[in-house]
Design a protein around this ligand. Sequence first.
Ligand code: GDP
Ligand code: MG
Length: 438
Amino acid sequence: LSERLQSTIQQIKGKGKVTEADIKAMMREVRLALLEADVNFKVVKQFTQTVKERALGADVMESLTPGQQVIKIVQEELTHIMGDEQTKINMSQKPPTVVMMVGLQGAGKTTTAGKLALNMRKKHNKKPLLIAGDIYRPAAINQLKTVGKQIDIPVFSLGDQVSPVEIAKQGLQHAKEEHLDFVIIDTAGRLHIDGDLMEELSNIKELVNPDEIMLVVDAMTGQDAVNVAESFNDQLDITGVTLTKLDGDTRGGAALSIRAVTEKPIKFIGMSEKMDGLEPFHPERMASRILGMGDVMSLIEKAQGQIDEDKAKEMEQRMRKNEFSFNDFLTSMDQMQNMGGLETILGMFPGVNKKMLNNANFDERQIDYFKAIILSMTDEERDQPAIINPSRKKRIAKGSGRPLSEVNKLLKQFNEMKKMMKQFTGNKGKGKKGRKGN
Ligand code: GDP
Ligand code: MG
């Protein structure tokens, strides 16, 4: 999430209610974040419109956490645009399944052909055959043979003097004879879309009638990827997309645009140059990546599962009236522990790494100790900590099995927290007066 978007959310979170203007400001930041992630501007425009309509709905405006709600809607809609669910490769009822790799030169067709073969053998128990259909680049056939050798998968080649259509035809025949049930045809690419190439690919398509025409697109090419996908789809009616080089520092906005423009599913992503670097495409994870959110979404979901909204509202009310008690403190500590403790929570934020957590030196046990101390207080003491005098302190320490110094520490921290809340809610009070219709 861009820092600016983050800070807009912070501002909104600080408010008890959000206005239409707040939502608009937030949508502006969302739009920028998407454009920065290389999402096509037309797609962004339509997308923000949809999100805005949903965000202005009553649920969000009246919720306790409007900023987070809006982000949740953004995440949901992004996931939706990218197809919601993971889409599997098309398998033929009658083997062999035939996959044709298409795409520009350097996109990663040959590499992905090898990765896919390995994936199919490992995960689906298939017996793949790779067909060397790129006869134009001198090294292309050897490259595929090297790949095949590396993963121990047969490669069918007729050299570079036979037409790719003929190679595809004979290769398919070979697969049938050898009872190989998953055929991947590697094809040539060009630096740019070109008529001759498209014609050749169309001819291969007509002849072998592939179950899958897999367009391979380099995610690093950003906006260009959309045009490429659009032309290939127009000419060949592709059935799936593999987005490669997502191990680079691209935010992956191309995934969103390609899906939106072609309406064809992205099925795999390439995450390294190595043969095991192919992963199924998950729309939800890509949505997080595009927003640069780390695992914040699962954090929000976790929080929603754990925190009872009514309870939270009640607590907020009490904070405002400066009635926050040790019982409330206890509740909030329980909630935090339910969510996996402070360390888990912080660990989900983008930019927080293990080392930082270790340096911060959290003692999760401290929370248990504090809880033990609070549980040793009477109800009256929890409600009005002011009455806790030295003899009560001693009793509490004894009851909880914790040293007196720790009881003092807790009381001190609690008082400081209350002071902070007072300042915070004091500001809020001022804001309230200024608001109309409340
Ligand atoms: P083709 O021309 O479409 O067949 O592309 P290649 O398969 O020859 O790949 C071009 C370059 O991209 C090669 O150096 C590959 O190693 C590299 N490559 C392909 N896929 C990935 C990927 O997912 N991640 C990374 N980092 N490199 C990739
Ligand atoms: Mg190639």
